[in-house]
Ligand binder design. Structure first.
Ligand SMILES: Cc1ncc(COP(=O)(O)O)c(C=O)c1O
Length: 464
């Protein structure tokens, strides 16, 4: 037991509160450290010359503030300052030990890219094209780059677009900002899946747009919930990731898409479809292919070819393109022509196809690995995805599972990362399977997660 005595000098107010304040100050100042046993009520009352009842009230007050905790027969202990839980960013892990397996950001490894980049940059250096690639590009991009984008989307995303319907963007995140920025009016609500792409969540405050989540099932947005949300909010915009939804990796069927389109038409809602993962599946039909009059489409090369080129494409009807151009001008003026040229050359010479093909094969291989290591009854999502949705059995809560995995050097993201607003998150985590460079690292990470799932929930609470 400590011989700590609170310093009450200069403190005014009821005695019990003054003592609780002194405990708080000493915890904050490090004079009382976690685990320290405090004097008994009787001893401290004697030392301070107050009644035992005052100490009882003071300790109760300190306990209410989360500073101390007691156990009958064992005494009263300092809990220490409450540390906020360490949460990994969906973009970059908070802290990385060299052996950690990072399954957070969906960032495919692309080893071919370096060699390809060296070759293409050398070709460009030897050509007379460089001057035209370091000037301002048109807001929608150079015609040849828009044409390459149209070719790419037709080849890999099952979407036919003419080059003048294509607007370049610096990746899908920027494409989303441009598309929504062009369509939004002050005070607008944006509807989306109730679990949604984290990038949208961080974008909406920047656009001063309010985000509303809609219920989802294994086929994506639930039509009745969409209908009800349109009625309730008067929203004019729906942002959706129907193909390999982020985070749950489901693919919306054509039938469901048609139902969503019918509702969108009824309420005059424009659908903004984010299809960054569309190249990974063979048969999903974009909303824009089904309803070009009410759907804007966007994608990027980040998951299929290489993320750092920052090349994305928006497809919209010609009548909307000038609005997109105006928004692009406001946000980034134009996409740098140099990476757009590199991407276009790769689309033209087959290099981008080979990279996308490799990503598809790698995603499928890693899904098979995951399904052979993790208990399949908890694995959710399409087996072509670069990510996987892992439901957590009882008694796991998301933050405990994430913390336990992190303690064992595996980093995953809890459902809370993706939940819209303050809705309650399901018991699940998202694993990016494509992030570790080597399959052996992924295997090690998945085995650890399987062990965590199989093992008992170890109470690691500092509270006594
Ligand atoms: C659904 C979705 N949209 C957009 C992005 C961001 O893509 P980009 O790197 O092209 O900006 C991601 C990244 O994971 C994503 O999952």
């Amino acid at each position: 037991m400590t011989n700590w005595t609170p310093d009450l000098q200069g403190r005014v107010g009821p005695r019990y509160r003054v003592i609780a304040d002194a405990i708080a100050d000493d915890v904050a100042g490090g004079r009382l450290t976690a685990g320290t046993r405090l004097p008994t009520h009787r001893d401290l009352a004697y030392t301070l010359g107050v009644t035992v009842g005052t100490i009882t009230r003071a300790y109760a007050e300190a306990e209410k503030r989360g500073l101390i905790g007691g156990e009958v027969g064992r005494g009263t202990f300092v809990l220490g300052q409450v540390q906020p839980p360490v949460v990994d960013s969906p973009d970059w892990p908070v802290s990385v030990s060299p052996s950690a397996v990072i399954l957070t950001t969906i960032l495919p490894e692309q080893n071919d890219a370096i060699q390809a980049l060296q070759t293409t940059l050398a070709e460009l250096a030897a050509s007379n094209d460089l001057a035209s690639l370091v000037t301002y590009a048109p807001h929608a991009g150079f015609p040849a780059h828009r044409a390459a984008g149209a070719e790419w989307m037709q080849r890999w995303h099952r979407l036919n677009a003419t080059p003048d319907e294509v607007v370049l963007a610096t990746g899908a995140q920027n494409a989303t900002a441009v598309a929504l920025g062009a369509l939004l009016r002050p005070g607008d609500v944006i509807l989306t899946e109730r679990l949604t792409n984290y990038g949208l969540k961080v974008l909406c405050p920047t656009l001063s747009a309010h985000l509303e989540g809609i219920a989802i099932d294994d086929d994506g947005i639930v039509p009745e919930a969409f209908d009800a949300a349109c009625r309730r909010t008067g929203a004019r915009l729906l942002y959706t990731v129907p193909t390999l939804h982020n985070p749950t990796a489901t693919v919306m069927s054509v039938e469901r898409r048609k139902e969503i389109i019918a509702i969108a038409r009824r309420f005059d809602v424009t659908i903004v479809e984010d299809d960054v993962f569309g190249f990974l599946v063979d048969d999903a039909v974009p909303f824009r292919a089904l309803a070009p009059d009410i759907a804007i489409y966007l994608t990027s090369l980040s998951k299929s070819v290489i993320a750092g080129l920052r090349i994305g494409y928006i497809v919209a009807s010609a009548s909307l393109v000038s609005r997109l151009e105006a928004t692009a001008r406001a946000l980034h003026y134009s996409v740098p022509a140099l990476p757009a040229e590199v991407a276009s050359r790769w689309i033209g010479n087959g290099m981008a196809d080979r990279m996308a093909e490799r990503q598809r094969a790698e995603a499928r291989h890693r899904q098979r690995m995951a399904r052979s290591i993790l208990p399949v009854e908890y694995v959710r999502g399409n087996a072509n995805a670069q990510h996987l949705w892992l439901e957590l059995p009882e008694p796991w809560r998301n933050e405990e599972f994430v913390a336990e995995a992190r303690r064992r050097s595996v980093q995953v993201l809890p459902a809370e990362t993706f939940i819209v607003g303050r809705g309650s998150a399901p018991h699940a985590v998202r694993l990016s399977l494509c992030t570790p460079e080597h399959r052996t690292d992924l295997e090690r990470g998945l085995q650890t997660l399987a062990q965590v799932l199989a093992g008992p929930l170890t109470a690691r609470l500092s509270i006594v």
